[in-house]
Every structure is written in structure tokens, then in C-alpha cells.
Design a protein around this ligand. Sequence first.
Ligand code: CA
Ligand code: CA
Length: 299
Amino acid sequence: MLVIERDKVRGILDRHVEPAAVCKSGETVIFQTRDCYDDSVTSPERPLGDREDPMENPATGPLYVEGAQVGDVLKVEILNIVSRSWGVMRSSPVAGVFREDFDSRMARIFEFQDGKTVFDNRLTLDLDTMIGVIGTAPAGEGVTTDTPGEHGGNMDCRKIVKGSVLYLPVCVPGALLSIGDLHGLMGDGEVMICGLETGGEVTVRVTAVKGSGLPTPFLYCRGDVMTVQSARTLDEAGDMAAKAMKDFVKEAAGKDDFEAGMLMSLLSNMAVCQVVDPLKTVRVEFPLRVLEAYGYHLP
Ligand code: CA
Ligand code: CA
């Protein structure tokens, strides 16, 4: 199986970046990923890291998918995520909702065992490993891996997990998919500034899909479909995600604005993915079974 090793990392999703690997549409590929601190923070005594100049939010790739043409959608099936055996969290005095609480950076290391981690002697947490950064290359200027957008990127959406299917736009030939920034666990909002940051291996099947009509980035997870939109404010991102889902429901279920609007008001759930990146991200979830009742099936 094709493996993209964790030395093939970049801090930008950009059409000019040389592909790290080439695969065929429909092929399964493993991305080995570093954590968002470039694997440099390994001890609470050294919260700034062990190395000079670590990369920020490195993403592994990009992967060139043969047959993926501009205007297609890249279907990315998350077949498996295996994280390494530890995670790290770090406070920030310059970013995040609680930045004023901290004068300096603090770090803590968490060991993982059997899908759990010990927070302290009273509390053990179940892990639910997700992908923070996953995106294709945008058509115009490159976008750094700390920023989400129409191409995906740093969406920090906790629903991008094993078993999910993500649909991303193909804006350049080959799509140029990159993946990084795994979190062993993260709450909606990612309010302090980070998740339980970790590295690992992500196994995906990538397929170029033509004429899907999906409003990308679009996600399937655990019975729901989701639109994922990013903007300067949560208000804007929420409106964008809800409108994109309503238009999709209209088309997929063959409804007019009133009926699609009612279904959205009754059944869709709006949730905050993150509020700590350069743009904020909101998702709107809708039950796939409702669309299937009208004969719709995901590509
Ligand atoms: Ca992130
Ligand atoms: Ca992260």
C-alpha cells in the first residue's frame, strides 16, 4: 500500500507544491502525520519544544490523485486512524478564548492506553481520534495549514473520524490532498486553543467523483451529512453552513424552499467546530435517512 511518510510535511496547501506521492482514483493510501507542534513538544518542562523553529500545523502530502479533474469532488473515505501512544496539550497567552489567563505557555503530556487517557486520579477520558487538518489545494493563492476554508484545511471538526467520508473540492488537477493535526479528543469549539494533539497514521481511500452536486466541504459521519463552512465570524459561518445544507436538501429531496426550510428547522443541528483559528468554523448536520426516504443516495 502507498505510504506517505511523516517527513513529507508542509505548512501550506498550495497548487505549486510538488506532490509527495501519486495514486489512482479509488486507491487506498496511508498518511503518516506529525502533531501540530511538529512533534517538538515532548515534556511539560519544555513547553516551547525540543527544537529550534518547529513547523506550525504540519500537514503530510500533498497526494496527487490521477483522474481528479477541476470541478470534480474528491471523496475521502477515512478507513482508519491509528494514533501514536501519547498526546500533548499546550496553553497560549496569545490565542484562544482563555488567552488572558496565561502569561506563558504550559504543556502537559498524556499517555494513551486502550483508547483512553488518564486526566488525573479522579478522571479517565475515552479517546475519539479525529483529523484537524485535511484539505485539497485551493485554486488561487496557497492557504497556510492553520486556516480553514472552501478547500477544507484546518477545520478542526470533531466529526472527521474513522468511518467518516469527507467530500472536498478538486480545484487543481490531481486535487493535492494533505492531512495532519490529529486530536485524540476535542470538544466543539476547541476553546482553549488545542485538542489532545497527537500524530499517527490515517488510512484513506480517495476517489474522484464527477457531477456530485455536493456543497463542499461536505461530510458524512455516523448517520448524518454535514456542511462545514468557515468565516470571520460564527454568525457568517453559521448562515453559510445552514444555507448550503438547505439548498442541498432542496435538491436531494426534491423540495421547495418552504418544505426544505421546515425540514431544516425540525431536523438539522448547527454546531461550532472551532473558534480559535484565523477563520471560525460551523457545521450543520442533517440526518441522511431523511434524504434516503426521498430516494437520495450519497455518491
Ligand atoms: Ca487544528
Ligand atoms: Ca490541533
